[in-house]
Write a protein that binds this ligand. Structure first.
Ligand SMILES: *Cc1c(COP(=O)(O)O)cnc(C)c1O
Length: 374
């Protein structure tokens, strides 16, 4: 390691910090922490396989066909992660030298290493993200480049639904319509990072295909709330997916007998609605329970957001309480949360968390507030 790196202590973000005894804890750091269910393991063993790079894995082919129909698009591509799906979408919509428009707090910009620039030679204009996960349509329109030799060509708008950094907020269909209209007016494509699109669909009480009807492409993760061990799907036109499939090979994503994972993804889809509905119910119970147990004198110091929540609870801490204090207290009781930034804790419900765990968490919360000197 170069000397200058040893001397610099970078702030600990906690977004992927290892916890040694995580398997013995109630883990709410993310919805990615779930382990495959017994039926998923069985499905892996029994999956009919082939070489997916040759297009010969029947389980993958079936999953891709199913997802294209489910999301109302011509074609689908099974990829190994959400990051890969987003990258392939951006690389397929944009040429080198093009520019995309993305929220400053969107996963594509914030947590994917700027791979669109690193690997694609694509630049970005980053916009403010509102607390509801939207970017202001006026900001989007202002960011579109003129046809001028000083400027890159604006090719793509990237939106996120549900919006992770906004605490899992779903974008309304009215908002999606307004983004579509704007994109059509300026001949831009729209890509949706729909890692948690089922959470959005259930929160809005609409079909996933309706949400997708406003965008050119969409990526969804099987590995988040749906509970599969890994894998994501990218959907769009046949031509777009052909391009993405070609690029997937270039980034090392040709993954042969991937049917073992497609089998899990298929099961995750069968159970999607019930799994996500349960998580949303749990998140509401938890947020409400936290606020009910917060004594009056602490109400301005610690508060759980109860508005429009999906599978996440954001707890804001200030004055008498810090995020690291809360996270450490719960960790000492074998309950794992994540400090999202300096003032917010993210608690993510997932199918590994049962109703009984919620009671335990609320009991520990009671112990916590009782321990604070007011
Ligand atoms: C997790 C996530 C991704 C990336 O998925 P990985 O499988 O972790 O690469 C993309 N977008 C959002 C909103 C996410 O939450």
């Amino acid at each position: 390691m170069p000397a200058h790196q040893e001397e610099t202590l970078l702030p600990e973000t906690g977004y992927s910090t290892k916890v040694d005894n995580a398997s013995q804890c109630i883990d709410l750091r993310s919805d990615t922490v779930t382990l495959p269910s017994a039926e998923m393991k069985k499905a892996m063993v029994e999956a009919i396989l082939g070489d997916d790079v040759f297009g010969e894995d029947p389980t993958v082919n079936q999953l891709e066909k199913r997802c294209a129909a489910l999301f109302g698009k011509e074609a689908a591509l099974f990829v190994l992660s959400g990051t890969m799906g987003n990258l392939l979408a951006v690389l397929s919509h944009c040429q080198r030298g093009d520019e995309l428009i993305v929220g400053r707090h969107n996963h594509i910009h914030k947590w994917e290493q700027g791979n669109y620039a690193q690997l694609g030679g694509i630049s970005a204009t980053t916009l403010k993200v509102n607390p509801d996960g939207t970017m202001d349509p006026n900001d989007i329109e202002d960011a579109i480049r003129a046809n001028d030799q000083h400027m890159p060509r604006t090719a793509l708008v990237c939106i996120e639904n549900t919006h992770n950094f906004a605490g899992g907020k779903a974008l309304s269909t009215d908002y999606l319509k307004s983004v579509r209209k704007l994109a059509d007016k300026h001949k831009l494509k729209v890509h949706m990072d729909g890692a948690r699109i089922y959470n959005a669909a259930i929160a809005l009480n609409v079909d996933v295909s309706e949400i997708c009807s406003y965008v050119d492409s969409m990526m969804m993760c099987f590995s988040k709330g749906l509970g599969a061990p890994m894998g994501s799907i990218l959907v769009g036109t046949r031509q777009f997916i052909d391009e993405a499939r070609k690029k997937r090979k270039a980034v090392g994503g040709g993954w042969r007998q991937a049917g073992i994972l497609a089998a899990c993804a298929n099961l995750a889809l069968d159970r999607a609605v019930e799994t996500i509905e349960r998580d949303h119910r749990h998140a509401k119970l938890l947020a409400k329970g936290i606020n009910e147990r917060t004594p009056e004198a602490l109400k301005s110091s610690i508060h759980a957001d109860e508005k429009d929540i999906t599978n996440m609870v954001l707890v804001t801490c200030k004055d008498k309480v810090t995020t690291s204090q809360v996270v450490a207290f719960f960790q000492s009781h074998s309950i794992l949360f994540m400090a999202f930034d300096s003032s917010r804790i993210r608690i993510v419900l997932n199918w590994g968390v049962c109703e009984n765990d919620l009671h335990k968490i609320l009991d520990i919360y009671q112990t916590f507030v009782d321990s604070i000197k007011i």
